[in-house]
Design a protein. Structure first.
Length: 134
């Protein structure tokens, strides 16, 4: 389920040991905006740093302010692209897990309560989309 709305997310970037440029910020911002299609994000804090003397050289951290507990992820890798993709994948996995747990809580008394699935004349009771488990 993807939502389409104007993004009101505020993003704070901290780029350490990297050349700060518009293209890098745009690339980071676009990937966060894609996540916003699955959960509303009000604020995001992103830290990307390059350590010249360490291996792996890149480290990234992201913290998303979402309804409920905040979501965060951290990763290290040898390239900027790899470290950021790891962070985004971890954030997406956390969002999916949260959605799965929310959907699991909808079960009640052997029935699965529907989300606005009832329509007049559909032949089912209002709000109930499946038969009870026996």
């Amino acid at each position: 389920m993807q939502r389409k709305f104007k993004s009101n997310m505020k993003i704070q970037f901290q780029l350490r040991g990297l050349n700060d440029n518009v293209e890098l910020r745009r690339w980071l911002r676009q990937s966060l905006e894609r996540l916003e299609a699955f959960v509303p994000i009000s604020d995001a804090a992103v830290v990307v740093e390059r350590e010249r003397n360490g291996a792996p050289a890149f480290r990234s951290f992201a913290l998303l302010a979402v309804p409920g507990p905040d979501i965060h992820s951290e990763a290290r890798d040898h390239t900027l692209e790899a470290v950021w993709l790891k962070v985004i994948a971890s954030l997406r996995k956390q969002i999916d897990r949260r959605k799965f747990r929310q959907d699991a809580r909808l079960k009640w008394n052997g029935y699965v309560r529907g989300r606005a699935t009832w329509r007049p004349g559909c032949g089912c009771r209002q709000g109930i989309t499946s038969a009870p488990k026996e």
